[in-house]
Design a protein around this ligand. Structure first.
Ligand code: CTP
Length: 394
């Protein structure tokens, strides 16, 4: 942590007093702390004590001309290695989730491209409220990191989750955020899950992909320090925490989301993309007509992997998957050439293997210059080995 610059946003909750100790702990470890106080935080801790402990100026007001002359708020938000929000109140989380910029703290959080670690603190009912849980899901999807809250007695007399993490727990989360893995500073794009191709507004064509392998892979890449954009169809497993999650339904939407996320250092296409969409999909719900079953017409979907492999913004490493039910290696090798990617991760998804929708996978990695067959193992382990291979190659 030595030499790291931390922008500490202190929100207005009773736990703000713990932020004073947090400043000390961070500084003891060699980090510098620039504090930002919300208006409400000043009701709980004084700017003078915060400034004295941080040995730094305290930023408080969006429209302070002196501050703006010294360092504009945009620059302030980007001059840190990590932004820590502690305590993060329900209100501050809601404003972050909405992208509001109505005070200095929320403006900094909106203007930044630095990673953000949040330590929530609030009453247990506020924490459990669907609105707060919705905001958390949005923020997790945006790649925000969280520590806590802990369960225990609360200042308001209730018991449950809502207590802010202790300063040393927050310090540990800061250390974890800084732990530079071999993929630190790298951007990796992962597609995952099935696509849904509409027949009409209520019906669609889908496949059995759960998104488990793509999600495990994204987690493994995050663990090695990569910045991950996770473009996912409607999967059954929840998306990985810490990734930037982009949700799509159809193959066309997935292609557009992937193109919008480029450039990337590597892209892994683990999604089970539908090969076709219904060309004559109906705008309104199709009604049953006795003795007259509708005829669906299909049109080909864009091949996302091939488009990106052969496109102008091709990442240095492009990895595809090949889910096959017969002649696995032969089909996968043909796919490598046809799609123009660097590796194909081939697997046998015939029903007898239990791989599609299951927790294990048995894969062969096919490269231009040869192939490796890995023993059957959990999808998590396949993901970790694959992430390590990617790290070695980049
Ligand atoms: N893929 C893609 N876009 C598509 C179809 C597939 O990006 N429209 C990607 C998948 O994410 C996977 C790879 O291509 O990484 C292979 O997918 P697969 O469905 O096995 O290949 P297909 O090209 O559909 O070949 P086939 O249907 O003949 O097996």
């Amino acid at each position: 942590m030595r030499g790291k610059r931390i922008l500490l946003v202190i929100g207005g909750g009773i736990a703000a007093f713990k932020a004073l100790d947090l400043i000390r702990r961070l500084r003891e470890r060699g980090a510098s702390v620039t504090p930002v106080l919300t208006r409400a935080a000043e009701e709980f801790v004084t700017p003078l004590s915060v400034s004295a402990l941080a040995a730094n100026k305290v930023y408080r007001d969006l429209f302070d001309l002196t501050d703006e002359a010294e360092m504009g708020h945009i620059q302030l938000s980007r001059s840190a290695d990590l932004i820590v929000v502690a305590p993060a109140t329900a209100d501050l989380l809601a404003r972050m989730a909405q992208g509001r910029a109505d005070d200095l703290a929320s403006t900094l959080l909106l203007a930044t491209d630095t990673r953000v670690l949040v330590a929530p603190a609030m009453n247990v009912r506020m924490w459990n409220h669907p609105a707060t849980q919705r905001n958390l899901a949005v923020l997790r999807g945006d790649g925000v990191l969280f520590t806590g809250p802990n369960e225990g007695d609360m200042a308001c007399g209730e018991y449950g989750p809502g207590r802010m993490s202790e300063p040393l727990e927050i310090v540990a989360a800061v250390e974890a955020a800084f732990a530079a893995g071999p993929l630190a500073g790298r951007h990796v794009l992962v597609t995952s899950g099935p696509t849904h191709e509409p027949i009409d507004p209520v019906r669609y064509i889908a496949n059995r992909s759960s998104g488990a392998q793509g999600t495990a892979l994204a987690r493994a890449l995050l663990a090695l320090g990569a910045r991950v954009t996770f473009v996912t169809g409607p999967a059954t497993v929840p998306p990985p925490e810490g990734a930037h999650v982009v949700r799509v339904e159809t193959a066309s939407q997935m292609l557009a989301a992937v193109q919008a996320a480029l450039p990337a250092d590597a892209a892994v296409f683990a999604a089970a993309v539908a090969d076709w969409h219904v060309a004559n999909a109906s705008e309104s719900k199709m009604k049953k007509q006795a003795g007259n079953a509708p005829a669906l017409e299909f049109a080909e979907n864009p091949d996302i992997l091939a488009t990106i492999s052969k496109g102008p913004q091709r990442p240095a490493l492009v990895v595809g998957f090949a889910a096959e039910t017969d002649d696995v290696i032969a089909h996968a090798t043909a796919k490598l050439a046809r799609k123009g990617c660097d590796w194909i991760v081939a697997n046998d998804v015939s029903p007898a293997t239990g791989i599609m929708g299951g927790t294990e996978n048995a894969v062969t990695i096919i490269r231009q210059d040869g192939s490796d067959t890995w023993p059957r193992m959990t999808k998590d382990l396949v993901a970790r080995r694959l992430a390590e291979e990617i790290a070695k190659t980049l």
